[in-house]
Ligand binder design. Structure first.
Ligand SMILES: Nc1ncnc2c1ncn2[C@@H]1O[C@H](COP(=O)(O)OP(=O)(O)OP(=O)(O)O)[C@@H](O)[C@H]1O
Ligand SMILES: [Mg+2]
Length: 250
């Protein structure tokens, strides 16, 4: 199956925390308008890879291109301005600030006027009506699901062309996981390209156009959900994990 032209392309990437790379020789692409999954067991290197792409970690080798331009080694803040947003693992919100201020902080340093910031905040509230109701409340008083929505809203108000999300469903009840995927569907419908790290394999494969499986820091398999479904690679990559997550995935 042919894929759209890549908006994000990673080649030969190596990155780690010390001298020994955790992620090695990784190549992956996200096509314009695609939703792409990065799957893999705990410790496979998924978060490390996202951090390297978003400029939080410096790769020791390889190339990363965003809309055709090399971005490896650029600072995270620069990349936000270029249209790359990363919703990190574990809901990095400002718990003591209000919901409205948290959304405002997402637009910090973008140099937008007040009217434009208000328009974008209103758009976020349209996508997440529960956040509008809670606008004056401290973000720390929100439920886990609402905090996750707030973290996503903070990224969306930057109008990213590529949105990377690191396990947005982590710790959420199944009904809220459904809600996360509903929102991701809306985001994709707006033309945003999505790179999604997830552990809810079945739901993720039901959502994305293409998926990569990371095992021990390397890409172990790649394909459409249908292609991956015909093999056992996804299941193998998760060996040792709860089989309940895998039903229908392999
Ligand atoms: N700050 C750090 N310093 C040193 N090693 C780290 C650091 N963060 C992660 N690691 C190691 O890097 C490897 C990959 O971790 P990473 O967090 O990228 O995995 P992951 O695929 O995101 O896992 P999970 O599904 O648990 O989120 C692991 O062995 C981990 O212990
Ligand atoms: Mg992780």
């Amino acid at each position: 199956m042919s894929r759209p032209e890549p908006i994000l392309a990673v080649d030969g990437l190596a990155v780690g925390y010390g001298v020994v790379p955790i992620v090695r020789d990784v190549a992956l692409a996200v096509g314009r308008g695609e939703a792409v999954a990065l799957l893999g067991a705990n410790g496979a290197g998924k978060s490390t890879l996202l951090k390297a792409i978003s400029g939080l970690l410096k790769p020791s080798a390889g190339r990363i291109r965003l809309a055709g331009k090399d971005i490896q080694g650029l600072a995270a803040e620069t990349l936000v301005g270029r249209g790359l947003s990363h919703v990190a693992e574990g809901r990095r919100i400002f718990r003591k600030e209000s919901v409205a201020d948290n959304i405002q902080l997402g637009m910090y340093r973008l140099g937008l006027g007040r009217a434009e910031m208000a328009r974008r905040r209103d758009e976020a509230f349209t996508l997440f009506p529960a956040l509008r109701e809670k606008a004056p409340a401290a973000a720390g008083t929100l439920s886990g699901g609402q905090q996750q929505m707030l973290a996503i809203a903070q990224a969306l108000v930057r109008r990213p062309s590529v949105l990377m999300l690191d396990e947005p469903s982590l710790g959420l009840a199944p009904i809220l996981v459904d809600e996360v995927f509903r929102v991701l569907g809306d985001i994709r419908a707006q033309g945003v390209s999505v790179l999604l790290v997830e552990q809810v394999v079945e739901q993720t494969l039901g959502f994305v156009d293409f998926a990569y499986v990371l095992a021990n820091g390397r890409i172990a398999a790649a394909g459409t959900p249908a292609e991956l479904g015909r093999t056992d690679v996804v299941r193998q990559a998760y060996l040792g994990r709860a089989p309940a997550d895998l039903e229908g995935a392999a």
